[in-house]
Structure formats: structure tokens, C-alpha cells
Design a protein around this ligand. Structure first.
Ligand SMILES: NC(=O)c1ccc[n+]([C@@H]2O[C@H](COP(=O)([O-])OP(=O)(O)OC[C@H]3O[C@@H](n4cnc5c(N)ncnc54)[C@H](O)[C@@H]3O)[C@@H](O)[C@H]2O)c1
Length: 445
């Protein structure tokens, strides 16, 4: 089948995808082993630690439903900057006619700044959103263990650190949970609730319920590097970068992804977010990572050349002053060709079909691995994460729904082909092989 046939959906399929998205989002709130009628922990007051990008947005999400929040930062400057950003965001809503001035004042009045960690003492829920650093987070949780009232829920907004290691420094691991909000936190609908080894069921139920009350869709994940969303996303970006090393140009990858239905291609997204996101972490990991597989380091080299993206006027594309339109950059394209040669890669043209399949099927394969390990409870949960948090085109219904529509045997055949061609990263998920052997679909699980 040509790409056009495979990735074009009919009106009826579009409707089925929308129905699936609705039922999957509703289903995500049902957790096996947790009685929907069981009492929740009351949440009357919340403390958020770290008044940065995430902390401010989380405080807004809570104030928006009438919950008073104490926003705590380590420095006066950090706190003032955070509160100002919250004020500016509300102001923006007022000027767009989305919020009236009285409501803005009421919400602002619910958010109190503080520089004292001891001000967590009255909070029923504490959400930590300081820098992504295990030592720092453990230090905060040691303090919370001393200062928080008994029964308070201690949540971390980590993007991927091991929540068990954070819980382990407290004497109350049953109260510790991950609450992974997405940026901007007052806008994005997704909340990944991360269940650590000892997390109590009423803590999970309370956070899932709070997510709903904040107008979000909460999805439960077990601990796994990057949880559900970023675990799949790693596969998506890795293949996009390998495609560029193998012969595609950034604009070709982006064009194929847009044709598939994404609002933006991945390289335009990188340039918008900043290519230096995660730079330090990735540099630090280089020395100890396994040498038996291929890694995509081109993005680090772009940073070293000052190609940080829109903010520096060049990245995977070039940008004219005051204009965010990505334009092809011959200098960058020449550099990519040099890098391919340096890696001993004979560049070859990449079809749209290969681009879309490599970017998506790695996610589907990873999704199957998450399901067999119980990291994600159901295929629909993975789809919900992708539809609400990662801009996955709604008409495809999420990566796992898409896989069922294409046919798991077809998807597996391509994954096996990529495995033979590229090795390690394409090791087929045993669950996928099992489903194909049994003639079943993800939807049958
Ligand atoms: N930015 C994102 O897109 C995003 C998305 C999801 C999750 N996260 C996670 O959220 C967390 C926060 O990220 P961010 O982007 O908001 O960071 P940020 O750098 O914008 O803000 C961190 C804030 O924490 C404060 N801080 C540092 N040490 C502190 C301490 N000891 N006590 C109190 N405050 C302290 C800093 O002053 C700063 O204001 C990280 O764990 C990050 O991985 C970020």
C-alpha cells in the first residue's frame, strides 16, 4: 500500500478515532484495584515548591478551581519572577476577553508567595517543581518529610527521575507520587500520575480526581524512564534524527510528518523549544552510555555551533529577524552531509513512507513494551497521553489505535525490516509478536 492509502483516513475512520479518544479518556480514570467509591484525601490547600515555568502554571491550574496555593521558591528573585509570570498570564487572558478582571483578582488572591519551606505545614498536597536534579529533589523531600502534616500528599513534577528514589528519603513513601504536568501547565490537558512502588491507592485516586477537577485528563503510569509520554517520544525523535543522518533533510522529515497530520514537524519543534533543552544531561551521559548501539548526537553539535533554534536565528532551519518561518539553510544541509560522511553513511533518498513509518512505528513498538511491563495500563492510556500531551493528530486516534487500523502484522513486518537494517533500537516487542501470532489487536487487550 502506498503512504497515501496507509495514512489517509476516511470520514468514517475519523469518526471512529474521535469515539476512541472519548472512550479512552474516560477509561483512563478507572484504575483496577481502586474502588471508584473509596474515600479520597481532602485537598483544601496546596503548596507548590519552585516558582519556575512549571510551578507557576501548576499554581494557576489550582487557583483556577478555587484552591488556595502557597508558591514557595528559594530566592526572592525566583519568586518575584514566578509571581509576575502568573500575573502576566492572567492579564493576557483578561485582554483576550477570556477572563474578567474580578475573576483575575480572585485567582491571584488565592496564590501566596513564600520563601519559607515551613509554609508547607498546612498543605494537604505539596507539588515539588524545582530543577530536575535528584540530589536537590531528595533534599526537598527530606525537608517535606519533617515539615508536612501527616497524611499530606507529597508529589514531584519530575520529567523522568526515579520517583522511588525520591520516596526512599522519606519515612512516608506511601504518600509520595509523581504528578507530571506538561508545559505550559495551566494550558496543557495532560497529567501523568506516576505510581511509585509504595504509593497508597487513595493518593493515586486523589490525584487522578484532582486532575479531572482541574479540567485535565489524568493518566496513570508506573515508573519508567520518561514515564509513558517521553518514553515513546524518545523513539520518535531518535528515528527522525537517524533519518537525517541517513539521507533525509530536516524539511523533508517535517513535511512528511505534517502530511501525516502533525501541526509542526519535529525539527521545527526542536527549533521552537531550543535545541539546548537537555544538552547538559545528554553530554554527561555520553561517557557511560552503552557503545553497542547507535546514538543521535547531531543536535549536540548544532548547539556547539550556536544553532540553538529560533532564539539564536538558526538551528535546523534559519530564521529572518522577527519571523518564525523555518527556512532551509544550505550551510546546515552541507554540515549534515559532512556528518553523514564522517559516520561512514552513504546518504540515500528517504520516501515519505519510510519517514512516517520510522518515526511512528518505534513509538508503537515502545508502547507495546510499556504494556507488557505494566507501565501503562491499557493501549488507550497511551493514546490519551499522545492525543492530549503530544499533539498527535486527532484523526489517527493515537499511536496504538493507528497500529490496529494499519494492522499489527503490517506494522510488525516493517519493524522486523527496520530491525534487520538498523539493529538494536528495533528489537520487536514480544507483546507485538504475540498479538500478531494470535491474530489479535491492541484493542483486544
Ligand atoms: N519546563 C518543562 O517543559 C517541564 C515539563 C514537565 C516537567 N518539568 C519538570 O518540572 C520541574 C521544574 O521545571 P521548570 O522548567 O519549571 O524549571 P525552572 O528552572 O523554570 O524553575 C525551577 C524553580 O525552582 C526554584 N528552586 C530551585 N531550588 C529550589 C529550592 N531548593 N527550593 C525552592 N525553590 C527552588 C528555582 O528558583 C526556580 O524558580 C523539573 O523537574 C522539570 O523536569 C518541566
Amino acid at each position: 500500500m502506498s503512504t497515501n492509502d496507509l495514512f489517509t483516513v476516511t470520514e468514517a475512520e475519523r469518526e471512529r478515532a474521535a469515539q476512541h479518544a472519548r472512550s479512552a479518556a474516560a477509561e483512563a480514570g478507572r484504575i483496577p484495584g481502586i474502588d471508584a467509591q473509596a474515600p479520597l484525601r481532602p485537598i483544601h490547600r496546596v503548596a507548590v515548591i519552585g516558582a519556575g515555568t512549571m510551578g507557576g502554571g501548576i499554581a494557576m491550574s489550582l487557583a483556577n478551581i478555587g484552591i488556595p496555593v502557597t508558591l514557595i521558591d528559594a530566592t526572592q528573585q525566583g519568586l518575584e519572577r514566578g509571581l509576575q509570570r502568573v500575573r502576566d498570564n492572567y492579564e493576557g487572558s483578561v485582554s483576550r476577553g477570556k477572563l474578567d478582571a474580578a475573576e483575575r483578582d480572585r485567582r491571584m488572591a488565592l496564590i501566596t508567595g513564600s520563601l519559607q519551606m515551613a509554609d508547607v505545614r498546612d498543605a494537604d498536597l505539596i507539588v515539588e517543581a524545582v530543577f530536575e536534579d535528584m540530589g536537590l529533589k531528595q533534599d526537598i523531600f527530606r525537608q517535606l518529610d519533617r515539615l508536612a502534616k501527616p497524611g499530606a500528599i507529597l508529589a514531584t513534577n519530575t520529567s523522568g527521575l526515579d520517583v522511588d528514589q525520591i520516596a526512599a528519603v522519606t519515612t512516608r513513601p506511601q504518600d509520595v507520587v509523581g504528578a507530571h504536568f506538561f508545559s505550559p501547565a495551566h494550558v496543557m490537558k495532560l497529567l501523568e500520575v506516576v505510581r511509585a512502588e509504595a504509593t497508597a491507592t487513595d493518593v493515586i485516586a486523589t490525584l487522578m480526581d484532582l486532575g479531572r477537577r482541574m479540567g485535565k485528563v489524568a493518566v496513570l503510569s508506573r515508573i519508567y524512564p520518561g514515564f509513558i509520554g517521553n518514553a515513546l517520544f524518545r523513539n520518535y525523535t531518535r528515528e527522525a534524527h537517524f533519518l537525517v543522518e541517513d539521507g533525509a533533510l530536516p524539511h523533508e522529515v517535517d513535511a512528511a510528518l505534517k502530511k501525516f497530520g502533525y501541526a509542526m514537524g519535529i525539527f521545527a519543534v526542536h527549533d521552537m523549544a531550543g535545541n539546548d533543552v537537555g544538552y547538559q544531561t545528554r553530554k554527561a551521559q555520553m561517557a557511560t552510555r552503552p557503545a553497542d548501539r547507535r546514538w543521535n548526537d547531531l543536535i549536540l553539535k548544532l548547539c556547539d555551533q550556536g544553532r540553538l533554534g529560533q532564539k539564536s536565528g538558526k538551528g535546523w532551519y534559519r530564521y529572518e529577524k522577527g519571523d518564525r518561518t523555518p527556512r532551509r539553510d544550505p550551510e546546515l544541509e552541507a554540515f549534515i552531509a559532512e556528518e553523514s560522511a564522517r559516520m561512514g553513511i552513504q546518504r540515500r533518498p528517504m520516501s515519505e513512507d519510510e519517514i512516517i513509518k520510522r518515526c511512528l512505528y518505534g513509538m508503537i513498538n515502545e508502547g507495546a513494551k510499556l504494556l507488557e511491563q505494566g507501565i501503562a495500563l491499557r493501549p488507550g492510556d497511551i493514546d490519551t497521553v499522545y492525543l492530549t500531551g503530544y499533539g498527535f493528530p486527532a484523526h489517527h486516534g493515537g499511536p496504538m489505535f493507528l497500529a490496529d487500523r494499519i494492522g499489527l502484522a503490517n506494522v510488525l513486518a516493517d519493524i522486523r525490516r527496520f530491525h534487520a537494517q538498523d539493529g538494536y533500537w528495533w528489537e520487536p516487542a514480544p507483546l507485538l509478536e504475540k498479538l500478531v501470532a494470535e491474530g489479535r489487536r491492541f484493542g483486544d487487550l
